[in-house]
Design a protein around this ligand. Structure first.
Ligand code: HEC
Length: 144
């Protein structure tokens, strides 16, 4: 008899814990893997036209096939692999990310994204951080 009372209650607790864990993971994300000192790093490379121009070369070679030329996440490889990629043209996407975190993701990879590793020099990796951020700014400017 008592089972009939407790089972739904237990189910509720389990469901709550389950949902809670999922939500917590979503909020924390793999960004919890970014070491705190790296996350705090400020981009030492100014987002000059030169920096963006340097990054564009790498973006076209290594990023656009997934993230799209304009960063909307709809590159041809992403479509082929059925990847769901965030839209960098939306300023909200990377708003909460620090430069250090974005740097780390580019260098080390993230989910289905391969690491850039040593393909690019440290400064070029920072150029890419500038570039990724510039994709959102363009939209903000265009919307005004
Ligand atoms: C094979 C496809 C692929 C390639 C190539 C790729 N990415 Fe990604 N990228 C992804 C996926 C998948 C994610 C994770 C999903 C998401 O965050 O939208 C991601 C996430 C990111 C993020 C984090 C977004 C967030 O949510 O915080 C950044 C920044 C990023 N990529 C930049 C780059 C840059 C710069 C390059 C080129 C050097 C690159 N990516 C190359 C697939 C790719």
């Amino acid at each position: 008899m008592s089972r009939n009372i407790f089972t739904p209650a237990l189910l509720c607790i389990f469901l709550f814990l389950f949902v809670h864990t999922i939500v917590a993971q979503q909020l924390a994300g793999p960004y919890t893997a970014v070491p705190a000192d790296v996350a705090k790093q400020v981009n030492p490379v100014k987002a000059t036209p030169e920096s963006l121009e340097r990054a564009k070369k790498w973006w076209k070679l290594d990023c656009a096939m997934c993230h799209g030329d304009n960063g909307d996440g709809k590159g041809s490889l992403a479509t082929d692999m059925k990847l769901k990629i965030a839209d960098f043209t939306d300023p909200a996407t990377l708003k909460a990310r620090t430069d250090g975190e974005v740097f780390y993701v580019i260098k080390k990879g993230y989910q289905d994204m391969p690491p850039e590793g040593d393909r690019v020099k440290v400064d070029e990796n920072w150029d890419l951080v500038n570039y990724v951020r510039s994709l959102a700014k363009e939209k903000t400017a265009a919307a005004k």
